[in-house]
Design a protein around this ligand. Structure first.
Ligand code: HAM
Length: 409
């Protein structure tokens, strides 16, 4: 049996062209908004994610690929590592973009892989609602560029400090009072991270979740003011948002506004989240740095490809063959090849093979045209050009180093 990639992982051959184009588009747009590219290691210490994404998150609890001996993991996401990198040697304000593979040991299905790519960005130094608005506008710009229209942006506000703990107390009391109605999974979440119950997809939890207390009702006056200000500015700049008061996201580091871009085309089945992000003002301090306002987003490349129905985008270059049996012509051929760098030029040369065999090879290489110099052409300083798709052949005089192949198609 042939070897296959590990479950949830893919060899990208024809799809690689799509990734290349999306990555190029992504950085072109981010550059205009003054972002720098960042690349962090694929292997990270496990501790980095326990302290940021959170011990009780699904990611840290069960989805990381770990080494046996030295507490290293394949990174499940990029935000924590970027915070680490920025704290070590960069001054804020700073804005970084990435297009990079991430790894999560999830059950593979449509739109859910174990190695997947994220296009994402992180912004450091701006308080709410500056980065919130800037990010959502940037995401809308990216999706417009990519021709994505069937999506909605869901937003919620998680609050911070006292209001967050007050809300968590309310929520814990509510679910504890109704514990016997909760699914087994959510009973565990009640002990570890009550907020995650709101993320539950289990049927038996849905009624309880729909009447659970909402964070928006526990916000302090100053938070409410910020939230409303954000909504007002979003409206003024024409951002269409859907408030989802139960959106909590599965990662611990968020503080204020969180959001998710949700596919509405139905093409993604249950993996509808095209991307997500939010504010994480406490993370820099929690990872040992100065208190720094921060905000970020990451989207899944594979889900974007499904939503956009993208197919192999390899550009088929015109393929020209330079075919000769004559050694004296080779130097000229090499120079012609150098001159024609925008065309795929194959030099077919073999004094032993003869033209018949060379034509066979030209066919195998799927060449469109061949320029032919045989003994007769060499003597009369001429060459032939044959269109291999139609069989049409023309003769020209004067083979020179400066020949531009495009002129002979
Ligand atoms: P996340 O919601 O865990 O957030 O992932 C962001 C996006 O990555 C998801 O919405 C989805 O499109 C894609 N994704 C996640 N897991 C998979 C998977 N197994 N297979 C395919 N695609 C997947 C984060 O990762 C945060 N770091 C986002 C962020 C940046 N927050 C602030 N800054």
């Amino acid at each position: 049996m042939k070897n296959q990639p590990a479950p949830g992982m893919k060899d990208l051959i024809s799809e690689a062209s799509i990734y290349r184009r999306l990555e190029d588009d992504f950085f072109k747009i981010l550059k205009l908004e003054s972002f720098k590219e960042i690349r962090t290691p694929i292997l990270e210490s496990k501790n980095l994610f326990s302290r940021s994404v959170g011990d009780a998150s699904d990611i840290v609890e069960k989805e990381m690929f770990e080494t046996k001996t030295d507490d290293l993991v394949l990174r499940p996401e990029n935000t924590a590592a970027i915070v680490r990198a920025v704290l070590n040697d960069y001054k804020v304000p700073a804005k970084f973009g990435y297009f990079a593979p991430q790894f999560r040991k999830e059950r593979p299905q449509l739109g859910r892989l174990r190695q997947f790519y994220q296009y994402g960005f992180e912004m450091f130094g701006d308080t709410a609602p500056q980065s919130e608005i800037e990010s959502l506008l940037l995401i809308s710009k990216l999706y417009k560029k990519w021709g994505l229209s069937n999506y909605e942006i869901q937003v919620n506000y998680l609050g911070s400090g006292d209001e967050r703990s007050e809300y968590l107390n309310k929520l814990t009391k509510y679910f504890t009072d109704n514990k016997d109605k909760l699914s087994d999974n959510s009973k565990k979440r009640l002990e570890k991270n009550v907020l995650r119950i709101l993320d539950s997809k289990e049927k038996e939890d849905q009624d309880l979740i729909s009447s659970a207390p909402l964070i928006l009702d526990s916000l302090s006056e100053s938070s409410l003011k910020l939230w409303n200000q954000f909504l007002e500015i979003a409206k003024a700049v024409n951002l269409k948002l859907v408030i989802n008061p139960r959106l909590v996201r599965g990662l611990d580091y968020y503080t204020g506004m969180v959001f998710e871009v949700v596919d509405t085309s139905g093409k993604l089945g249950s993996q509808k989240a095209l991307g997500g992000g939010g504010r994480y003002d406490n993370l820099c301090k929690e990872l040992g740095g100065m208190e720094t306002p921060a905000f970020g987003f990451a989207g899944g490349v594979e889900r974007l490809i499904i939503a956009l129905d993208l197919k192999d985008e390899s550009v088929v270059l015109n393929k020209f063959g330079l075919m000769t049996t004559e050694l004296e012509v080779l130097e000229t051929f090499v120079k012609i090849k150098e001159k024609n760098s925008d065309i795929y030029v194959d030099i077919l040369f073999n004094t032993n093979l003869g033209f018949k065999k060379m034509f066979k090879r030209a066919d195998k290489n799927n060449l469109d045209y061949v320029l032919i110099v045989g003994k007769d052409e060499l003597l009369s300083n001429s060459f032939k050009v044959k269109n291999l798709k139609t069989g049409e052949e023309k003769e020209y005089t004067g083979l020179s180093d400066n020949l531009l192949l495009k002129n002979y198609k």
